[in-house]
Design a protein around this ligand. Structure first.
Ligand code: NAI
Length: 298
């Protein structure tokens, strides 16, 4: 189907210049789009531009892109003072704080600025796209566009159709995702979308095995990594992500599925969270990262 977005000279807006917004701005600019980037904290935009410059310089050193392509990409990123300057955007991606009320208020404001055919996408990691869109004048133009951190390194992006999303909106995001050099997957709105649901299965099932005394977590990790072929075992993955991020996400998915038993959070994880053993970020999680590198903490 023909994309509803122009193939040439596409102008997009990115709201929120934090960890995710700056990554999205970078891949959009290297993908040939003009990017208006804004944030309620102007210093976040300035900082984002600097970090994109550094990231592109590294790619140039590695020979991934040449100097001219880097200069062109940087030239396409336009800091904006507010969304009031977004009138010409045909696509706006929000990557602001993960709060439903704040996202809904922002989208309402945005709808009074952009044209009726502008697509509005949310990079939410845990909120329902259907709910975010429900307060919009045109909920059909709203979809999820869920990137992974760090964006330039993570190829996957989930394109999420809310209950009222128009099919051509998801089609256009699939196309834009590819133009950004990503590998998009099209899914329907559901708690945890695709990756975070599959991730629950990987980590929770492993935690249940260990809780039941069937295996040690070091053995589960070793088997999944060495024999089965995953890049990381489930507990190594949990230490990388951090239990402060993973456990609340599990809890939210469990509640959103009306206490579906297969998503039940694990006491094993809760106790480590309570102890402040969050993973690599606190130097202790399932493994010790301080002195005795990668040793399991029983
Ligand atoms: P962050 O805290 O690094 O950046 C958020 C930025 O949004 C901040 O610079 C903040 O000043 C700005 N902001 C807040 N409210 C705003 C508003 N009303 N208008 C304009 N700017 C505003 O957060 P991060 O990690 O970039 O997350 C952003 C979104 O992306 C969230 O919805 C999060 O759930 C989602 N996400 C995060 C991932 C991650 O690993 N960090 C992965 C995938 C999605």
């Amino acid at each position: 189907m023909e994309s509803v977005l122009p193939k040439e000279n596409l102008v997009i807006g990115v709201i929120g210049a934090g960890a995710m917004g700056r990554g999205i701005a970078q891949v959009a600019a290297t993908g040939g789009m003009t990017v208006l980037l804004t944030d309620t904290r102007p210093e976040a935009v300035a900082d984002a531009v600097k970090s994109i410059e550094k990231a592109l310089a590294r790619l140039t050193e590695k020979g991934t892109i040449d100097q001219a392509a880097m200069d062109r990409a940087l030239g396409r990123i336009k800091p904006a003072q507010s969304v009031e300057q977004f009138a010409e955007c045909r696509l706006v991606i929000e990557a602001i704080i993960e709060r439903l009320d704040v996202k809904q208020a922002l989208l309402a404001q945005l709808e009074s600025i952009v044209s009726d055919d502008c697509i509005i996408a949310s990079n939410t990691s845990s909120l329902s796209i259907t709910t975010i869109a429900s307060k919009c004048r045109h909920p059909g133009r709203v979809a999820g566009f869920h990137f992974f951190n760090p964006v330039p390194a993570m190829k996957l992006v989930e394109v999420i159709d809310g209950l009222q999303t128009r099919p051509d909106v998801g089609d256009a995001l699939m196309d834009v995702g590819r133009r950004m050099g990503r590998e998009p997957v099209r899914i329907k709105d559901a708690p945890g979308f695709l990756v975070n649901q599959v991730g629950r299965a990987y980590t929770l099932e492993a935690a249940h095995l260990v809780s039941e005394g069937i295996a040690t977590f070091a053995d589960v990790d070793a088997v999944m990594r060495e024999t089965v072929g995953f890049r990381m075992g489930p507990f190594e993955l949990l230490d990388l992500v951090g239990l402060d991020v993973n456990h609340p996400a599990t809890d939210a998915i469990y509640r959103q599925f009306y206490h579906e038993p297969r998503y039940r959070p694990s006491v094993l994880m809760q106790s480590r969270l309570d102890a402040g053993m969050l993973g690599r970020k606190t130097k202790r999680g399932f493994y010790d990262y301080s002195e005795q590198k990668d040793a399991p903490l029983a």
